[in-house]
Design a protein around this ligand. Structure first.
Ligand code: HMG
Ligand code: MG
Length: 315
């Protein structure tokens, strides 16, 4: 039995934009979030409270979060999340009492080498750094999600085994995170290997608290999502227009495009609550800001069809 409803966590404003070299105005980031929530996205990763030396593009995290969560933009029923790798990040995320996120994300890795490149410490040390973040976030009434990068392969280490995935999953469970996201940072996972990694996460977290985060570098993301659906997994990260990449994983291209996932799920009668046309507009908006076409295949096809219809109507 496949799920009848899927929750998509829209990571475009964070994962999508973090890797962009060109400056992007805070107002454009805020407008992107506004359009995503208007399209029906009910879980949105807004930004990261990380070191601006490590991720300069998100140095405006406080400004963006405050604008997104200020009345009247904050939308009822939307879960807003931000990345917080340490207490300094959490404190900054909570600094404006009028603009508190609903959820924070701690991000570890199944590969020791990637952990060191991405957050400057090894796996076990990273989890110990997350422990007080999880406790303080819970104290503040927030949910905590864990992202486990390089669960299907690592740009530095190569192969990553299900045992390595389970090691960090178990550690994340020990420190009390509410949710465990299994991430294929460099997009090398294929369906059976993804199922093996997911099966390890499901040994420690309930079905509703395990999600998939697939970069589409090798074109495997939709197949991997389908493999997860067959296991009953029904929460996935996706990025509008297929934006994304991790600055510390060379060659990592965009996340699976939200438009492509919504198109596939709609065709399978699986509800996401997202209006595909409005989502395509949000993708076209951010791609206009970035000056390039959407990477989403469904987005490009739907924009082309609209263009053809307009041309047909005027000839
Ligand atoms: P560090 O250098 O070891 O930290 O970085 P530190 O505690 O020694 O501090 C060094 C400097 O950073 C100090 O400033 C701190 O104040 C500052 P200085 O005294 O030199 O001026 N600092 C901070 N500033 C702002 N906010 C903070 C913060 N913490 C320290 N929270 C750290 C450790 C984790 C901070 C750093 O490595 C970092 O920021 N890494 C972020 C890497 C990142 O964001 N990567 C992309 C996100 S993960 C991802 O994309 C994968 C995912 O999508 C899933 C997938 O696809 O795999 C989630
Ligand atoms: Mg990612």
């Amino acid at each position: 039995m496949l799920p009848t409803h899927v929750t998509l966590v829209e990571v475009g404003p964070r994962d999508g934009l973090q890797n962009e070299a060109q400056p992007i105005a805070a107002a454009d980031k805020v407008e992107l979030v506004r359009r995503l929530q208007a399209a029906g996205c009910r879980s949105i990763e807004v930004t990261s409270f990380v070191s601006p030396k490590w991720v300069p593009q998100l140095a405006d995290a406080a400004e963006v979060l405050s604008a997104v969560l200020a009345a009247p933009q904050r939308a009822a029923g939307v879960r807003y999340s931000v990345l917080t790798p340490n207490l300094k990040g959490l404190e900054a995320a909570l600094a404006n009492p009028a603009a508190r996120p609903d959820e924070v994300v701690v991000f570890g890795a199944a590969s020791e080498a990637f952990s060191r490149r991405n957050i400057n410490c090894g796996i076990d040390e990273s989890v110990e750094r997350f422990r007080p973040v999880v406790a303080a976030a819970h104290e503040a009434g927030l949910r905590v999600r864990a992202a486990i990068s390089c669960a299907l392969g690592c740009p530095y280490q190569g192969e990553v085994t299900p045992d390595e995935v389970e090691h960090v999953v178990r550690r994340m469970k020990d420190i009390g995170v509410d949710h465990c996201g299994i991430a294929d940072t460099i997009g090398v996972g294929t369906p059976r290997r993804v199922q093996a990694a997911m099966e390890r996460a499901l040994r420690h977290f309930p079905l509703a608290e395990v999600s998939g985060h697939f970069h589409d570098t090798y074109g495997q993301a939709l197949a991997n999502i389908h493999a997860c659906l067959q296991m009953g997994i029904h929460v996935f990260d996706a990025s509008v227009a297929g934006l994304g990449g991790c600055p510390y994983a060379r060659g990592a291209t965009g996340n699976v495009a939200t438009e492509d996932v919504v198109f596939m799920l709609r065709g399978m009668d699986i509800d996401t609550g997202i209006d595909l046309d409005a989502l395509v507009d949000a993708g076209a908006f951010v791609c206009g800001v970035l000056g390039r076409p959407p990477a989403s295949r469904a987005g490009r096809a739907l924009l082309a069809r609209r263009g053809a219809q307009v041309a047909g109507a005027t000839t």
